[in-house]
Design a protein around this ligand. Sequence first.
Ligand code: NAI
Length: 687
Amino acid sequence: MTTRTATSHSGPDAKVVEVSISNGHALVTIDNPPVNPLSVSVRKGLMDAVRAVNDAGCKTAAIVCAGRTFVAGGDISEFAGPPPLPHLPDVLNAIEASETPFIAVMHGTVLGGGLELALACAWRIADEKTKFGLPEVNLGLIPGAGGTQRLPRVIGLERAARMAANGKPVNARTFEEFGGLDLVFSGDAMTALEGFRDTLPPRPTSSSERTVENVDLTALKAEITKSAKGSNAPMIALETTALAATLPFSEGSNIERQTHLDLRQSAQSRALRRLFFASRSVTRPDRLKAFEPAEINHVVIVGGGLMGAGIAAASLAAGHRVTLLERDTESAEAGRGRVEAIIAKDLASGRITEARADARRANLSAGANYATAFDADLAIEAVFEDPEVKRAVFAELAAVMSETALIATNTSYLDPNLIAEGMPGPGRFLGLHFFSPANIMKLVEVVGTSATADQTMSTAFAFARGLGKIPVETGVCDGFIGNRILSAYRRQADYMVADGASPYDVDKAMRTLGMPMGPYELQDRTGLQISWANRKRQLAAGTWPGRYVDIADKLCEMGRQGRGSPMKKGWYDHTGGAGQPDPEIEAMVAAWRTEHGTAQQAFTADEIIIRIMAAIVNEANLILEEGIATSDTAVDIVWTEGYGFPKHLGGPMFWAEETGIERMREAFAAIEAQSPGSWKAAETLKG
Ligand code: NAI
């Protein structure tokens, strides 16, 4: 006999937790789309379910989830205010203490509060494809419902501390080996559950009542300090987990809960949560919701160099059929080789199976005949950064492709309006600016021209999201959002070097802020010739803004074009492998200052940081005022996803807000005074 009780309602018809009882066994189903977060209605529903199964004297109660996953976490939208009752720790304690023992039956991604819920159950069984993790640190938090205290009691201290501190999920087989699971199954969950119940082992000691062996975590601490890169939560998660070895469960849990609640208010967590929500909204502009994206099957990439090969690999990984077009068949084969090398790397690293690699290779063709683009739904041009070459490619594509198909340029700095000018079907042209390496970097700037149709934008956004990318809309200007800010960043760095700062001190200061590398290390990595060509173009066009420091040009003329150049030198000397500061550069910069009679000013690391940030934030505000970016979070997404700005600092706009707008104004006034006539002030930063 089966009875059903809906134990909680978030609306007139929505039953988020439902209990059904059959032959003395209860099934507690959570149905809270899309990922079954532990919202207040679910917590209430679970509390009622504990009561219901005990009142009915059930032999067991299994928790299962509808949809694509078991509970994948807490409800992040509740984190801004005080948590409403019942609190999750109380719900989990009730499940653990329940007379009727609970069984977690899991699939999908069992993360955060989901894993905490599972740990409170007497038994845990899971589909073999399930993943388990405590990703709270990615939002600047630690678990808040016993996760750091129950997990070490189940799988051991070091493993638990690593999972809590690095936030990375582990797969079902690994979690089973750790001792976290009682059964791993494949196939139907209900069949597996029935089988498990038929041979039910004796009820184990509750997770919270087990003891933990203390182990030395020194090596793990060193590892986590390094990988956290200035983010506080990972070490706090590790240290809180370690309490399980010395404190009783209730004491450790109280500390964990209080730490979790305190961290919710921290700047780092607010920054990370803001980016988390922004990466969802920015990638789905409201304006485009009315336009159903067109289906993209066949993608043509023109130019199989560094960028073209990466974009092709990303498109193949998303299941598209890809044609790589090059200048001649020899270059086409070279392009194919680059794409195949990326596929081979993915295979060697275990990221994909042999079958997947084969499927990707089978979906790839390469050649020099534009006629093969006749049925393409989208073409992306990634040829040399030369407007005439790009216009010729656009014209050839427009001649063979349907007028409803999209044609995009991957240009870094050129105006897509000019590349598409005068061509038939202007609504289908746009910019799709990928970042290098394009198969890995998530950011894509989606550039609408003055004629790009909203339908085209909608399809382009959907395509980029389908590639697993983070698309951000940008208007047309020199460098779009990201590279335009980068130019301002580099200009201010050069002004300080011209006036007395060592380039090595500038790099060091920016690393102190949390950037993965400073501006000069970055130039050595990407090659100095790209920005050199861009500066020449701006000087020729008369658009260079103010003071011009030509030290980098001199390096380029000397052949010091970066790590990958034949000399293996740039700002640093890379001849011995790792880049070393070079006395030759110090001497050259000193001679330049003498020649130009510039001030020999000393800049502290803090001054370097705030002056560079003033230049960045001023440019970002100009971009917003001009309507190039739609929101300050869009700027922050571009700089955290594309340029390595630390996510726990939230992006340049968030950083400026936290630092205080007055301090930013003062710093901006200082850089204006340092290089008069070189900066246009944004309204926000005007004194
Ligand atoms: P690359 O020099 O590695 O590749 C360019 C490729 O285009 C070469 O394989 C060349 O044979 C091919 N090509 C040239 N003319 C052609 C034509 N008429 N028809 C067909 N193929 C032709 O250059 P890279 O770095 O891949 O850059 C390509 C574009 O991507 C440029 O517009 C660049 O500004 C942009 N970009 C570059 C980034 C980078 O980090 N390198 C980042 C983002 C954008």
